[in-house]
Design a protein around this ligand. Structure first.
Ligand code: GTQ
Ligand code: FE2
Length: 358
């Protein structure tokens, strides 16, 4: 810092007076520390028993709202990344997670179990493993079990972002269940993708299709794998809003990725962050030089601007689902991406992730 024409005592007096006037000298850069989001991995073998145990600890009702265990990034007070909060939700046979709506948007990625439907704005969506269900901002939603097995799914919400924007609102529905007006209507109206109801407005800020079935998803992935792939993400597809071709939501994008046997992708980094779930198969990610080995059910974080690459040394397909904050970054013109050029695009591995050092 270049010293001005004042004595140290005068400088101190100046800082005392700016402090008094609630003015912060920009050259001191005080209070600008930003918590770093750290790359992290949750092992399914450790998480699943706790999710099941949460079923004995608490029951969803008006007070509890949701029986969820959030993936808490160790570097953050709230959130899995600075924009996304991911959580594991359990619903037991016969239970109801009562209807409400909120300005934060949610996605549901179905992991295991059966017999649960989520009603979104009156439309009953039966959830099966591998399905993606959207509950966009301010849409009514309740989860109901009519099966005889527990169901677990991954929730992804933009709550950290919405909280920071001071735009969080919440409302309960007067009854536990909202009235059902249809079953699978969003699929019937919008899932054909290339064709849509002619009389409807297409300028909604989120996808009108809010249920993406696994069989169609896998079909699309398989077809793409026959003809093309990305050097950084291998066979990667973004779920899209059929009306716009863009992201499914204004704040979050969802991806499904096939990392084929024998593939080791090139590393890159970008200003978007992501939460991944290992849907099938085994492999690894190298994030900022650290190796994260993953197997089915594991969940991991790729923070913004961290180098990352994927590998699959097995002979089986690996399938990764992810929630990303691309729409936020891109709509604000803050997207930046860089390819790792050295060593044929592969980072040197400096360590192996082995959980939180407590
Ligand atoms: O299922 O509606 O993980 O409102 C957090 C807040 C799930 C839900 C969460 C929620 C929900
Ligand atoms: Fe909710």
């Amino acid at each position: 810092m270049t010293q001005g024409k004042v004595s140290p005592e005068e400088l101190e007096r100046f800082y005392a007076s700016t402090d008094q006037a609630s003015l912060a000298p920009g050259w001191l850069r005080r209070g600008e520390e930003r918590p770093e989001v750290v790359p992290f991995l949750w092992k399914w073998s450790e998480v699943e028993p706790l999710v099941m145990r949460s079923g004995e600890v608490v029951t969803p009702d008006r007070d509890v709202q949701r029986r969820v265990l959030r993936l808490a990034n160790p570097a953050l007070g709230h959130g899995t990344t600075h924009t996304i909060s991911a959580a594991l939700q359990l619903l037991l046979p016969g239970e109801c997670a009562p209807a409400h709506r909120h300005t934060p948007t949610a996605i549901r990625w179905i992991l295991q179990g059966e017999g649960v439907y989520t009603t979104v704005q009156g439309d009953k969506c039966y959830m099966e493993r591998g399905d993606l269900v959207l509950t966009p901002s301010w849409t009514w939603h309740d989860h109901n079990s009519e099966g005889d097995a527990p169901m677990i799914w991954l929730d992804g919400l933009d709550t950290p972002l919405v909280h920071n924007l001071h735009a969080t609102f919440f409302e309960n529905y007067p009854e536990d269940e909202q009235p059902v007006t249809g079953t699978g209507e969003s699929i019937q109206k919008y899932a054909s993708g290339a064709l849509r109801p002619a009389w409807e407005d297409t300028k909604l800020p989120y996808s009108q299709l809010w249920h993406y079935k696994w069989d169609r998803t896998y079909d699309a992935l398989w077809n793409l794998a026959q003809v093309d792939s990305s050097p950084f993400d291998d066979v990667a597809m973004e779920y899209s809003d059929p009306a716009t071709g863009g992201s499914v939501l204004a704040t979050m994008a969802c991806w499904i990725q096939l990392i084929r046997p024998g593939i080791h992708t090139r590393a890159h980094r970008h200003t978007t962050s992501a939460v991944y779930q290992v849907f099938e198969g085994e492999g690894y990610s190298i994030i900022d030089g650290q190796r994260f080995d993953w197997s089915p059910g594991d969940l991991f974080v790729v923070p913004s601007w961290s180098w990352h690459e994927f590998g699959n040394d097995s002979s089986q397909e690996a399938i990764l689902f992810s929630i990303q904050d691309n729409p936020v970054i891109k709509s604000l013109a803050l997207f930046r991406e860089e390819a790792y050029e050295e060593n044929a695009g592969h980072q040197s591995v400096t360590g192996k992730f082995s959980g939180l050092q407590r």
